[in-house]
Write a protein of this length. Structure first.
Length: 86
């Protein structure tokens, strides 16, 4: 049975598995830059540092962390791109 708090839909998937710090965060930022406001990015990472890095990045940005999950050595994040005012 799936966790109801985990978003089922997302607009883009970033598989950063196997990448070491700081690459998962950098790739996340690049992927978010390509999305439109309101779209959701799902990130899969295996770097333990991403657990802290991505949450700190989102907290200091206009983006929203919809959900974060850890399953053994895999970390998944669902990030909704916020509205950027130029």
């Amino acid at each position: 049975m799936s966790d109801p708090s985990v978003p089922e839909n997302y607009d883009e998937l970033l598989d950063a598995s196997g990448l070491n710090c700081p690459l998962p965060l950098l790739k996340t930022k690049q992927s978010l830059n390509k999305l439109a406001s309101g779209q959701v990015l799902k990130v899969i990472a295996t770097d333990a540092g991403s657990w802290r890095d991505i949450q700190v990045f989102v907290n200091n940005s206009v983006n929203e962390l919809l959900c974060a999950e850890q399953d053994k050595d895999q970390y998944c994040y669902w990030i909704k791109k916020g509205i950027v005012n130029d």
